[in-house]
Each structure stands twice: as structure tokens, then as C-alpha cells.
Design a binder for this molecule. Structure first.
Ligand SMILES: Nc1nc2c(c(=O)[nH]1)N[C@H]1C(S)=C(S)[C@@H](COP(=O)(O)OP(=O)(O)OC[C@H]3O[C@@H](n4cnc5c(=O)[nH]c(N)nc54)[C@H](O)[C@@H]3O)O[C@H]1N2
Ligand SMILES: Nc1nc2c(c(=O)[nH]1)N[C@H]1C(S)=C(S)[C@@H](COP(=O)(O)OP(=O)(O)OC[C@H]3O[C@@H](n4cnc5c(=O)[nH]c(N)nc54)[C@H](O)[C@@H]3O)O[C@H]1N2
Ligand SMILES: [Mo]
Length: 761
């Protein structure tokens, strides 16, 4: 459609794009010092055969109507006209709404969607269900930070205050002497931020800090979790044992009187209980260096030495999201804070505790003076919720009680689920169980740009435009650029914007005005821009009018230098600026959490043995982390994502010594398996991974050879076939998909080509 390049933006960067025949030419935003190679995934996206071109209905649903059905994930699809599709969806929404009310509809619709803030698909679903059907059962928290976001408010404050407004990268570059990064600071992760990221600055900051002499210590099973620019050290602990390691370090600090008792007394509560636990006064088991060494796989001498080196230094402790996306994930997050407090560091420049630094490009940055408005979601008429990762539990166990953050709730009986902008067969654990769960529904409706496995399990699939085919505004609260996202191409096939689809459905439900408020897309963009203009005017900041903004494509916004504001003020005067915790202090012991009486999450942090640990049947830890070559499962068919695969299959890293013991060579097709299923991948041998650990990133589209198998075989390499679907603890019930245990062998069965990108018939 366009002749000249236009401005656009993605979660992984802003760019100029131009369509040339079947390919897209991409030029990164000039202001970006270190653009992301993920941009290459757009090259072939627009007309890729994996796109959904028409509304499609699953044959079983079309012929038999709504109802539980075991054919989901294993059925044919029938093309219908938009008019028929709208009629089917409207009738089904009315039926479920009338018979069961909002309690029968799950509208959580978790997922990252695309960067534009107006077309943010999840917000569109929520607004649609609120304004047309009176609400829906919602999900709370995220797969990203399920346990930290529940824990941190009890012990120090809101997660975003600790992560987004934590210690800034500038401070680190200027002041930190030691940065202990549990889970590392991989540049692959910080290249992404929801809403967009116009300047990738982490590499530069780490280089600056290292040149000044900052010592970066990356605690991770993978050496690649710290970039070369950091010139750092690699500390490999057994996965999932960081909590024990920190307890061991604390025991040394206590024994050698290296703790900052004045800080602990003034700024924290519960240190005596913690110290008693570490000394073993509760149960006769001291958590000392020798005890921790046994669990973590490093020597007691190493732990003692490590503790001594932290003393007297400006130390920053950060704990990656990854550590809390695991059984008992609350514990390392809590203990990271306790370690920083025991060293007396919180509130000192470049010191203390920051959460998830480098896990996303939002963290360690500065906030815009005012935020860009979000699409209002309307009012949800009911208050029924699940922690987001309890989706299968909910669908399989209607009426069953569960614990969550001090509350006892019950799972509702869901008849219909509506999903747009997310891929549960990417993000959820134990995919065979997820399929069983989705089979219980009367109806699953999905809007998708492409034939993901989630679309392949839906009853009604509505083709959505992708970001490049529509206009929007892109921006994030910690990004100083706002982008006019201009359309690059015409919609693919019969695809429509999520907003257009919901507008027509709302019209048929007699609620168009309530949903649209009389605005089309351009109307909303102008409306939100005008609100931004007003908010800035209140601070005497003037910005150009919408037309001018649209024409120039980008706008620079004023920012606050607000890194660390909460903790700094608290340190300066704890009485005048208490923390938003019950005691107003850092809670090393939380009376609130203790009062919940959770055996798996007591009042102070502890080491708890995980259910999943290697044994003779499943001798390897599997790390299922974020992929370097794409965002989650998005555009997995793109050039850059494919360049990381071998023969179209995902690559699994393992140590050469482990491979040799199993007769595996580099490039062999291997099979990872456990009680939940089997996954094929191409073996890559590398000494940058610790022994006993294999790593297979998330994001390869689920491609089961037999979708109905109780223990399916995915020939493409989706690790969520293998991960266990349990909550982190009764406190947060977060996702625990990061780590599981598996057996690995050379694959001797029949190898069939990956079919994930071939649409269903
Ligand atoms: N084992 C394991 N599992 C994990 C993780 C892990 O570490 N290990 N990480 C977890 C984390 S942190 C997260 S955040 C989740 C991510 O899980 P998701 O957010 O569900 O993953 P995405 O692939 O980003 O899904 C977005 C979907 O939206 C579609 N889409 C894009 N734009 C549009 C649009 O405009 N309209 C519509 N209708 N659709 C659109 C894309 O095609 C894609 O299928 O995964 C989680 N799962
Ligand atoms: N390229 C790319 N970047 C992304 C994403 C993506 O999909 N692609 N997703 C984004 C999203 S939504 C989120 S929430 C963040 C997630 O941020 P994280 O969850 O922190 O990212 P991961 O890559 O899953 O994990 C980081 C590292 O932690 C290490 N690790 C795993 N288990 C353990 C453990 O038990 N102990 C220790 N010490 N280390 C461990 C792994 O080696 C892993 O590489 O990433 C964001 N960034
Ligand atoms: Mo995430």
C-alpha cells in the first residue's frame, strides 16, 4: 500500500517500514543505540501462509453446537462468511449470558498482543465483555511475576516501585561496586518491553559500569545470562536452589558479625526470627554454609568467601522474574531483599535491592512525567477471579476451593472463554492437561493473526489484523518516545481489527454506543492524545497537535528522574516516609503472611525442598526460559526466529559431558521426556551451561504428532509439554513453568517435518 517508509513500533523497538513486494524493509529508529534483531521477524510476516485469512469454525462445534468436546485440537475447520461468524458468536454470547451470566464467561485473555496501546487486544476483550454482557470472570497477576507481585507488597511495597522505579541504570554505572544478579542480566531479555522500547541502553550501561570497576556476578545455570560487556563472573548453582544459597551467605554474615545491625534494627522487622531460623533454633537444623553447599552444589568455603566479599561494599542485589516462576518462587525474591538489608544497602546510591533488573527494558529506567491513557475497560459487574496460571485447574474443577493471598476462593464453572492477543498453548504449563481443560468448555472463541496452537483448539477463529496493518499509538510509561504507528500494508485476506470485530458484535448485541462511545479508531487515538495534551498542559508542557504528531511520527516526552524514590525517602527518614507495609518497614518477618498459616509459605523466608528435583528417571533439570530470537511465540515463523532453529526445529543446549554420557552429538535430534510428554529438539553442545542442566527456550509453536495423546510428542520443541502445572505456593499461586525435570536421549523414532506453520484444512 505505502510507497514511502512509515513509522511503526513493536514491543522490541521502533522502526521505519516499507513494503516491497512480499517482503518488508525495516530500518530501526535512529535514536536507538542498540536496535533489536527481533525486528527481522517482521520481514515475511505480512503474507505468511500461517496467517488466518478467513473466519473459521471447528467442524464438531458447527455440526453439534456448543458443548464439551474431546475433538478440540484435533478437528477440521470450515470457512464461514463474516456475517455467519458474527451471527454464531452473537447467538452463543447471548445464550451463555442469559443462562449463566458473567460467571459463566472467562475473559482473562492473558497475553502480550502487540505494542499499540489502543488495539491492545486484552483491553479490547475486557471492555467488550464489560459493556455488552455485564462482565466476566477475570484473571489477576501475570505469568511474568505471579509470585513477586503478590509477595512484594507484603514485605516492602508495590512491585513496580521496586522494579520500574528501583535503582536506575545510571546509578549502577556510577555507584555500584558489586551487582549480584540472581538469574543474570541477559540482553536477550531487556530488548523487550510491553508497549515498546525506543532505546536499548542496557549494553552501554553495563559496559560503562564495568569500565569504572563494577563487579557483576551472574548467578545462573547459563553463562550466556550475562553479556560480555559486563566483564562479569559466572556463578552456577543448581537450579532452584538460590534460596538455600542466600541462607548460607546470611549464616556467614551472622557468624562473622558482618551484618549491619543498626540498619536491621531501624529499618526492618523480623530479623531476630530470621536469624533464629538460620541458626537452627526452631528445629535444630542450622542453615549454614555447609548445609547450603550440599543443596546448591558449590563448596562451603566458596559460600563463606562470597559472603565476606560483600561486606563493606556498595552491593546491589537483583532477582530475575525467572526465579519466582518456579515452585516456592516467593522465597528467593524475599531472601534477595533480606540479603540487601543484612548488608545495610537499601536506599544507598547504586546499592540495595532491585527486582527483575534487565528482565525487561522497562526496569531501571525513568518514568514519563505523565502517562499515556489506556483504553477504559468499563465496569465489571462481578468480582470473580483466578490467579492467571490456574486456568486449567479452574476449567477442570468447577466449584473447588483454592487458597490465594489469604483468601479462600472457589473456581467458577466456565462455559465460554474468549481470547484475543494471547497464546495459552504457548504460555501455560502441561499442554496435554490444558487441552483436557479446554475440552470442558461449551465454546472457545479466539481472535488471532496466525494459526497458533491456541487458534487450533478454538471453536470459532476470527482473523485479526496484525499491528502493521492498522494505525495506533505506541508508548510505555518508562519510554520517553511516543510513536505514531502508521499502517504499512492492507489487512491480510479478510482480517479485521479486533476493535472492528467487537464493534460489530456490540452492534448486534444492541450495545454499540456503550462499546464505542461513538468513536472509530482514529477518534480514540485523537481522544487519548488530547487527554495526554491536557495532562501535560497541567505541568506547563506544550506538545504539538495530533495532526502534527501524526505527521512527524514521534514525540519526545518529559521524564522524571524518580529511580529509587520510595526506598531513598524511607532511608532518609523512616518515620516520615514509611514503606507501605503493615509495619512501615522492610518485613523480614510478615505477621500478615504468617497469619495465613500456609505451610508452604510461612511468615519469614525459608528453604523448601521442591517437589521436582532430578532423580534416576529424570536426571536433568530443564530450564524453559525466554527465547533470544523472538518475543514468546510471536512471529515464530519469522526470519530471525527460524535462523535460531535447525531444520526448523528448536535447539536444546546441553553440556558436552552430559551429551557424551548419553551418546548424543551436536546436531542430533534428541527427545526430552517425562511423565507429561515428549519433545524433540536439535542438540547443541556447549560448555556455557552447567552439567546436569538442559535448556530449551519457550516459544516454538506446539506441534503435537497426536494431539489427543495423554503424553503428546511435540516435534517442534515446545517445553510446556513437559512443565508441571502447579502454583508457586498458596500465597501467590504463580506460574512455575521455568524449571522442571526430564530425561534426555537420542531420538530413534520416525522424524516428521515440523507442521506448526501449515494452517489446518
Ligand atoms: N515454561 C514457561 N512458560 C512460560 C514462561 C516461561 O518462562 N517458561 N514465561 C511466561 C511469560 S513471562 C509470559 S509473559 C507468557 C507469554 O505468553 P503470551 O503473551 O500468551 O505469548 P505471546 O506469544 O506473546 O502471545 C501473543 C499472541 O497474540 C497474537 N497477537 C499479536 N497481535 C495481535 C492482535 O493485534 N490481535 C490479536 N487478536 N492477536 C494478536 C500473537 O499472534 C500471539 O499468538 O508466557 C509464559 N510461559
Ligand atoms: N527476547 C525475549 N526477551 C524477553 C521475552 C521474550 O519472550 N523474548 N519475554 C519478556 C517477558 S514477558 C518477561 S516476563 C521477561 C522474563 O524475564 P525472566 O523470567 O527473568 O527471563 P528468563 O529468560 O525466563 O530467565 C532468565 C534466566 O534465569 C535463569 N534461571 C532459570 N532458573 C534459575 C534459577 O533457579 N536460579 C538462577 N539463579 N537462575 C535461573 C535462566 O538461565 C534464564 O536464562 O523477559 C522478557 N524479555
Ligand atoms: Mo512475561
Amino acid at each position: 500500500m505505502t510507497q514511502k517508509p512509515v513509522m511503526h513500533s513493536a514491543h522490541w523497538g521502533a522502526f521505519h517500514a516499507q513494503q516491497q513486494g512480499d517482503r518488508l524493509t525495516i530500518e530501526p529508529f535512529k535514536g536507538d543505540p542498540d536496535p533489536s534483531p527481533l525486528l527481522q521477524n517482521f520481514h515475511t510476516a505480512l503474507n505468511h501462509p500461517a496467517r488466518v485469512s478467513r473466519p473459521m469454525v471447528r467442524r464438531g462445534w458447527l455440526e453439534n453446537g456448543p458443548g464439551a468436546d474431546d475433538r478440540r485440537g484435533n478437528d477440521e475447520y470450515v470457512a464461514v462468511s463474516w456475517d455467519e461468524a458474527y451471527a454464531l458468536v452473537t447467538r452463543e454470547l447471548q445464550r451463555v449470558g442469559d443462562k449463566y451470566g458473567p460467571e459463566g464467561i472467562f475473559g482473562g485473555s492473558y497475553g502480550w498482543s502487540s505494542a499499540g496501546r489502543f488495539h491492545h487486544a486484552q483491553s479490547q476483550v475486557h471492555r467488550f465483555l464489560n459493556t455488552t454482557l455485564g462482565g466476566y470472570v477475570r484473571s489477576v497477576n501475570s505469568y511474568s511475576s505471579g509470585s513477586a507481585s503478590v509477595l512484594l507488597p507484603h514485605i516492602v511495597g508495590d512491585m513496580n516501585e521496586i522494579a520500574r522505579r528501583g535503582v536506575s541504570w545510571e546509578e549502577i554505572a556510577q555507584h555500584s561496586e558489586i551487582v549480584v544478579a540472581f538469574g543474570g542480566l541477559a540482553l536477550k531479555n531487556s530488548q523487550v518491553a510491553s508497549g515498546g522500547l525506543s532505546e536499548h541502553t542496557e549494553r552501554g550501561f553495563m559496559q560503562q559500569a564495568a569500565e569504572r570497576g563494577t563487579r557483576f556476578i551472574s548467578v545462573s545455570p547459563l553463562q550466556s545470562d550475562l553479556p560480555e560487556e559486563a566483564q562479569g563472573e559466572w556463578l552456577a548453582l543448581r537450579p532452584g536452589t538460590d534460596a538455600a544459597f542466600i541462607l548460607g551467605v546470611l549464616s556467614v554474615l551472622i557468624a562473622e558479625q558482618l551484618t549491619d545491625e543498626a540498619f536491621l534494627a531501624r529499618y526492618t522487622v523480623g530479623w531476630p526470627e530470621m536469624a533464629a531460623y538460620i541458626r537452627g533454633e526452631e528445629d535444630g537444623t542450622p542453615r549454614d554454609a555447609a548445609w547450603a553447599a550440599e543443596i546448591c552444589g558449590v563448596s562451603a568455603a566458596f559460600i563463606s568467601d562470597f559472603a565476606r566479599q560483600l561486606h563493606g561494599k556498595r552491593v546491589l542485589v537483583t532477582v530475575a522474574h525467572a526465579l519466582q516462576r518456579a515452585e516456592n518462587g516467593e522465597q528467593p525474591v524475599w531472601l534477595g531483599l533480606v540479603l540487601a538489608a543484612a548488608l545495610g544497602q537499601p536506599g544507598l546510591p547504586g546499592g540495595g535491592y532491585t527486582y527483575a533488573l534487565g528482565a525487561l527494558g522497562h526496569y531501571g529506567k525513568h518514568h514519563n512525567l505523565v502517562s499515556f491513557p489506556a483504553l477504559p475497560q468499563g465496569k465489571n459487574g462481578i468480582d470473580r477471579l483466578i490467579p492467571v496460571a490456574r486456568i486449567s485447574d479452574m476449567l477442570l474443577n468447577p466449584g473447588k476451593p483454592f487458597d490465594y493471598n489469604g483468601r479462600r476462593l472457589t473456581y467458577p464453572h466456565i462455559r465460554l472463554a474468549y481470547w484475543a492477543g494471547g497464546n495459552p498453548f504457548h504460555h501455560h504449563q502441561d499442554l496435554a492437561r490444558l487441552r483436557q481443560a479446554f475440552c470442558q468448555l461449551d465454546t472457545l472463541i479466539v481472535h488471532e493473526i496466525a494459526w497458533t496452537a491456541s487458534a487450533r483448539h478454538a471453536d470459532i477463529v476470527l482473523p485479526a489484523t496484525m499491528t502493521l496493518e492498522r494505525e495506533d499509538i505506541g508508548g510505555a510509561p518508562t519510554d520517553r518516545h511516543l510513536f505514531a504507528m502508521q499502517p504499512v500494508a492492507q489487512p491480510f485476506g479478510e482480517a479485521k481489527d479486533d476493535y472492528a470485530i467487537f464493534t460489530e458484535l456490540a452492534r448486534r448485541l444492541g450495545r454499540e454506543e456503550a462499546f464505542t462511545e461513538g468513536r472509530d479508531t482514529r477518534g480514540w487515538l485523537q481522544h487519548h492524545y488530547a487527554q495526554l495534551q491536557q495532562k501535560l498542559a497541567a505541568h506547563q508542557v506544550e506538545i504539538p497537535d495530533f495532526e502534527k504528531f501524526w505527521q512527524q511520527g514521534v514525540l519526545e516526552l518529559p521524564q522524571l528522574k524518580d529511580g529509587g524514590r520510595m526506598i531513598n525517602a524511607f532511608r532518609a527518614d523512616p518515620e516520615a516516609s514509611p514503606l507501605p507495609t503493615p509495619s512501615g518497614k522492610i518485613e523480614i518477618f510478615s505477621a500478615t503472611i504468617a497469619s495465613f498459616n500456609y505451610e508452604n509459605c510461612p511468615g519469614h523466608p525459608v528453604w523448601r525442598e521442591p517437589q521436582q528435583k532430578p532423580n534416576s528417571d529424570h536426571p536433568f533439570w530443564l530450564i524453559a526460559n525466554q527465547p533470544a530470537t523472538r518475543l514468546h511465540s510471536q512471529l515464530d515463523f519469522g526470519d530471525y526466529s527460524l535462523s535460531g532453529k535447525r531444520d526448523g526445529r528448536e535447539v536444546c543446549s546441553l553440556h558436552p559431558a552430559d551429551a557424551a554420557a548419553s551418546g548424543i552429538n551436536d546436531g542430533d535430534i534428541i527427545e526430552l521426556y517425562n511423565a507429561r510428554g515428549h519433545v524433540l529438539a536439535s542438540a547443541r553442545l556447549t560448555e556455557t551451561i552447567m552439567r546436569g542442566v538442559v535448556q530449551l527456550p519457550t516459544g516454538a509453536w506446539y506441534d503435537p504428532v497426536d494431539p489427543t495423546a495423554l503424553r503428546p510428542l511435540c516435534r517442534h520443541g515446545n517445553p510446556n509439554v513437559l512443565t508441571l502445572d502447579i502454583g508457586t505456593s498458596s500465597l501467590a499461586q504463580g506460574c512455575s513453568g521455568q524449571i522442571t525435570v526430564v530425561q534426555v536421549r537420542k531420538y530413534r523414532g520416525e522424524v516428521t517435518p515440523v507442521q506448526a506453520f501449515i494452517p489446518p484444512g
